[in-house]
Design a protein around this ligand. Structure first.
Ligand code: BTN
Length: 324
């Protein structure tokens, strides 16, 4: 799926690669190389051609699956499946999980979703072509009780990537809303298929608003939602954000495998907008108000109630009572 010519151009990191070198390395004629360059240009890549120097990559389209796969590395990420429109990338990834028992390290990426899923049974609405909409299919070999670490790990990867790309002070609201200045930039929905003692596959769904404008959000969330464009005035490339998320996710996933959950939770704490703050937690049967003290060894939120008792929450809708 990845153009070998694109691979050489990306590896050259903006330097020229001669047509002769490409044709030798790829075992194709100069004319065939030229055709591949033309095909890349048709896809929106800017490739400069200079007589006697060769070709160099000077621009990439905003969202290019093959560029992302090349830059994200192929240790954890084996394949990327791109669709213009799907019901939900989480739904596509869960279907693949059931159909292909070996599939792992597969990224599902879409321009639009018409049945996007959010946490707590909500829907996730995103304007076409203005967000990161992706789901990561993994087989982490975790016990079901440990699966929630993936959710927090994804929050760390997304907040770190947003900081890395845009320099915005992205924080995480428990368990994994990505916030900037108290407004929601993105969210994560992890779904798992498990045996009683083992997670068979995990799907980590990530939605981040990149170039959405206020009017793109439904009226009822307009006040709380934001995008990278709204916060910075810049149309950040989705490619670079996705590459950064995938790299950061792979980094923390490796640490989870080698050192366990503790370092991931420590990273999460350092990015948390929730800990140390007064919160209201709405759950189906009750609503609690207290101080968010910490997360426990399973990533659950521990809050101290006004009567001095403490409660551990596994799922709920958190509101920060002191603005960030
Ligand atoms: C939340 O409620 O905050 C979680 C939102 C998760 C949305 C993403 S968009 C890509 C993936 N596919 C889905 O249907 N949902 C997740």
């Amino acid at each position: 799926m990845v153009s070998p010519v694109l691979r050489l151009l990306v590896e050259a990191e903006g330097s020229y690669v001669s047509g002769q070198q490409m044709s030798r390395q790829l075992g194709m004629t100069r004319a065939a190389v030229w055709k591949k360059i033309a095909a890349l240009r048709d896809k929106g890549f800017a490739v400069e051609a200079a007589p006697s120097r060769g070709y160099r990559l000077t621009g990439v389209p905003d969202l290019s699956p093959e560029y992302i796969l090349l830059r994200a590395g192929d240790c954890l990420w084996k394949d990327l499946i791109f669709s213009e429109a799907v019901a939900s990338t989480n739904e596509s990834a869960m279907a693949r999980c059931a159909d292909s028992p070996q599939a792992s390290g597969v990224v599902f990426l879409a321009e639009a979703q018409h049945r996007g899923r959010g946490r707590l049974g909500r829907s996730w609405v995103s304007p076409q072509g203005k967000s990161v909409l992706m789901s990561l299919l993994l087989r982490p070999g975790l016990a079901p009780k440990d699966a929630s670490v993936l959710t927090l790990l994804a929050g760390v990867a997304c907040a770190a990537a947003v900081r890395d790309i845009s320099r915005l002070p992205a924080m995480i609201k428990w368990p994994n809303d990505i916030l900037v200045e108290g407004r929601k930039l993105g969210g994560i929905l992890t779904e798992v298929r498990s045996d009683p003692d083992r997670v068979l596959c995990a799907v980590v769904g990530i939605g981040i608003n990149v170039t959405a404008e206020a009017g793109d959000f439904p009226a009822e969330i307009r006040e709380q939602a934001t995008s990278l464009l709204i916060e910075t005035g810049v149309r950040w490339q989705r490619n670079e954000l996705i590459v950064s998320i995938l790299r950061s996710f792979e980094h923390w996933y490796g640490i989870l495998g080698s050192e366990g959950k503790a370092p991931v939770f420590e990273a999460w704490r350092s990015l948390s907008a929730t800990l140390g703050n007064p919160v209201r937690v709405a759950m189906p049967a009750e609503t609690l108000v207290g101080n968010a003290e910490d997360i426990d060894e399973n990533g659950m939120l521990r809050i101290r109630l006004d009567d001095g008792t403490s409660r551990t929450i596994s799922a709920g809708d958190v509101t920060h009572l002191r603005p960030a």
